[in-house]
Design a protein around this ligand. Structure first.
Ligand code: 8YV
Length: 323
């Protein structure tokens, strides 16, 4: 008998196909996003597994209300700030994420944002689409050089390191702040700063790769932004909660920051539209992992986790129960 699985959100066709081959699937698509509707579906399907995305919040109240049949919630995505992992552990519910498979594409997006922000990507695009008819003079509309610049990386996990690897290709000097210093082979020449504030004055470019959650809330606030050199550029592909958006808007408006490249926001999708009114911001709608290859791989990785737990094996990417 195949295990019973609820798929709470739309997934790529290849992921849905595989899920249907291996499990007794009830696919909710766009229909049942309210917590009560999802709970009802889980109960009536007597689901053993739930496939979810960051759009589905598993807080302590939700976890306490889950039907006893449920053994695993496999989340598609590496970040898990939408899941109360301690509550899941107390409840005996395995929760998993999908690391590794999205590392490269998310770092590619960070590099895209860095390049576009430094080189006025939004403004140049807008000029062309408005029907460019007048050449610019030598001193007009100049960007900021990327090659050879100093890049600070906040959070030197898999994605932060992949960003460093790309930036090295641009001849950048790499600094990083992380809870722990990395071994030399993972540092790959990057310079470690135990405190964020000690690193910031040297970072003409700053890229955020730390997880969301209480520990990183407003890490980049007015005080942190004030420590960056004049004309710095900020990139965020991690979580909007890392940044005090009022302070960022002020720094971008005053020109203290040269530009920002933002893929994530405090409120998604209802992001603060004042960002969209600024010419020195390059914006994308939380699409760091959004390629055909990576979204398939993320879905498959979540199914690998679900298949393992349903078969009584350990999860591939458990979020609790590991040392
Ligand atoms: C996903 C992400 O698009 O992996 C993450 O943490 O933010 C994105 O890659 C999102 O989580 C979808 O569930």
């Amino acid at each position: 008998m195949p295990s019973r699985l609820i798929i709470a959100r739309p997934v790529p066709p290849a992921v849905l196909d595989r899920a249907r081959q291996e499990f007794d699937v009830r696919f909710l698509g766009d229909d049942a996003t309210s917590p009560d509707a999802l709970l009802a579906q889980l109960a009536t399907h007597e689901a053993e597994a739930l496939l979810l995305t960051g759009a589905v919040r598993l807080d302590a109240a939700m976890i306490a209300s889950l039907p006893p049949s449920l053994r695993i919630a496999g989340s598609i995505g590496v970040g898990y700030d939408h899941i109360d992992v301690a509550a899941a552990e107390a409840h005996g519910l395995m929760v998993t994420n999908t690391p590794d498979v999205l590392t490269d594409c998310t770092a590619d997006m960070a590099m895209l944002l860095l390049l576009a922000a430094c080189r006025r990507g939004y403004e140049y695009e807008a000029i062309m689409r408005a029907g460019w008819r007048q050449k610019f003079g030598m001193p007009d509309k100049l960007g900021m050089r990327v090659s050879g610049q100093t890049l600070g990386i906040v959070g030197m996990g898999r994605i932060g390191r992949a960003m460093a690897q790309r930036a090295r290709g641009f001849g950048m000097r790499i600094l990083y702040h992380n809870r722990h210093r990395l071994p030399a082979d993972l540092e790959a020449g990057a310079e470690y700063f135990p405190t964020l504030h000690a690193m910031l004055p040297q970072c003409r470019c700053l890229s955020l790769h730390a997880p969301g959650g209480a520990a990183s809330e407003n890490l980049i606030d007015a005080a942190a932004l004030a420590l960056l050199p004049e004309g710095a550029v900020l990139v965020n592909v991690a979580r909007g909660t890392l940044v005090d958006e009022e302070a960022l808007l002020a720094a971008l408006t005053s020109g203290r920051l040269f530009a920002a490249g933002l893929d994530v926001f405090r409120n998604e999708p209802a992001f603060d539209r004042r960002f969209a009114a600024l010419p020195n911001v390059f914006l994308t709608p939380h699409m760091g992992s959004a390629t055909v290859e990576t979204r398939d791989a993320m879905g498959f990785r979540a199914l690998d986790n679900i298949a393992a737990v349903c078969a009584g094996r350990p999860a591939v990417d458990p979020l609790w129960g590991v040392a």
